[in-house]
Design a protein. Sequence first.
Lengths: 551, 104
Amino acid sequence: MYRYDEFDHAFLAERVGQFRSQVARRLRGEIAEDEFKPLRLMNGLYLQLHAYMLRVAIPYGTLSSAQLRRLGEVARRYDRGYGHFTTRQNIQFNWIRLQDAPDIMAALAEVGMHGIQTSGNCIRNVTADQYAGVAADEIEDARIWCEIIRQWSTLHPEFSFLPRKFKIALTGAPADRAAVKVHDIGLAMRRAAGGAIGFEVIVGGGLGRTPMVGKTIRDFLPKEDLLSYLEAIMRVYNRYGRRDNLYKSRIKILVHEIGAEAFAAEVEAEWREIRDGALRLPRATIAAIAAHFAPPDYEPAGGDAAVLAADRLANADFDLWVRANVVAHRAPGHAIANVSLKKPGAIPGDASATQMEGIADLAERYSRGEIRVAHEQNLVLPHVRMRDLHALWRGLIALDLADANLNLVSDIIACPGLDYCSLANARSIPVAQRIARRFADLKQAHDIGELKLNISGCINACGHHHVGHIGLLGVDKNGEEFYQITLGGSGAEDAAIGAIVGPAVASEKVVDAIENIIGTYLAERRAGERFLDTYRRLGAKPFKERLYATH
Amino acid sequence: MVSAPNLKVATANRLGDGAVVYRDRTGSWSTRFADAVAVEEDLAAELLAAAGRDMDRAIVVGVALIEVARVDGRLQPASLRERIRAFGPSIALAMQPPGGEESR
Ligand code: SF4
């Protein structure tokens, strides 16, 4: 893992010191809220419905055990004993006191964490495939490139006041687990015909009020040109982005308005000017960063597969968990274990302090002290020996974290919604809980198969509802909570924006509506078809007819 | 829900800890909605101005007047958003604070 150097630590210590003095002055009344607000937001401290909320960046979703343990300590000591993992692979603490914020920041800085650039019109935390570096299907470890981008984009003076916030996602594998096509910039590693590795550059994707799938503006970008090309994109956006209209200020609107070709031409022209300048990445620099992410010395397989097979045969529940939550690893004898934070009835993405500390311990024992955060709001232990999976599963049971529901109907993405968020129109969490409870029967959920159900409490779409196979968007109709249903979205390599199926349904009817939609799928599906496949084959009509038949 | 015509209360977040607070009859801020002073239209501007002065004095932030409604004879915030602010998230939390809200 990448570790901060002395310069990083010194910078963070200075920032904590500055913020401590700013908070003290604010509490004494020497600075007004208007002056203080940008200062706290620059450090990830928001004011939400109930309290201050601290958003802490988890660069490309990678955590060490020490960092996760510290997050658990922060939750216990300064919050109400839990934290919320977000779709941007960050964590949010919901009950923070302003007077504690400097101490929390100091505690986080000790483990190389902070909330800088988790707010404001700057380049935010770069997100990545949660299986980066270990996925069997991977071309190259995305984290190397995310770290290079992180260093370039952190406190970049030219890009600290963009027209709007800016989100970059990167995948090193052909399968897109990082939703790169719905980010401001998506980068997908590609292997050219001659074997060279580079990036497909996708620009102008995004969710929110105007959801769009990004457009490819370059099929292949050589690796050493990554930063100069990104800089060229940012410059074009900074120059032409719509600062006059908040709703049109994201890069997706610019790309849409001038067209992807014209946008690409602008970028290429800018790039020609700077391509051979200081941003060209020397091999030695790339190698130095890559060294931080060198694969651990995996022990040889040594019969691991046979041990795992025997363990699965001996225990049906364990077998089910392996089938749902364990993914192929690139090293023989190893596996990637997903930890679902979606127990039916629990709050999606929440982990208690005890759970965070427990997972940190398990990661130390079984996963080389490393944990990943998935944008689906689950955790991942990336380096588990197959022979250890059973013991790990037992450990997860003790933490109440062994739900075998990854990618199933109860693995719901849900934003905080009206229970916490000051921008919300409706609640997300209780709806997710009710749906997950209705489909709590794992046998039924496994029969339904892969289904991405995403919920947002307002049009900002933090819950990625547009790219859910089934999406729910909370709307306020004369003070009542209603939910607009979209079908057919996907955030994967086959990215698509879901289509609204019909009139929004009242809160008390949402769970029945979901069951109805799934019922149509079960009745219509052909062998091997996922929900999304059936929907794509048939279109909305049968789903719509059955859903609104009784209305 | 029966609306209580034109009744308003002043709410804010306490500066130091962000807690949701309501202005009471004595001009203090209480974390209990039940302590809030509810005023009719003619006193609303006065209440807001008084509450606003506590922003300048760095006691609270985000002062706002909210509508209230009478439910089962008791006053409550009229909107769901404000009820959630007043009474907390509508969901069971992973863990409650050891000593409850006031011990924080
Ligand atoms: S989607 Fe809306 S309600 Fe949900 S977290 Fe984002 S801003 Fe808040």
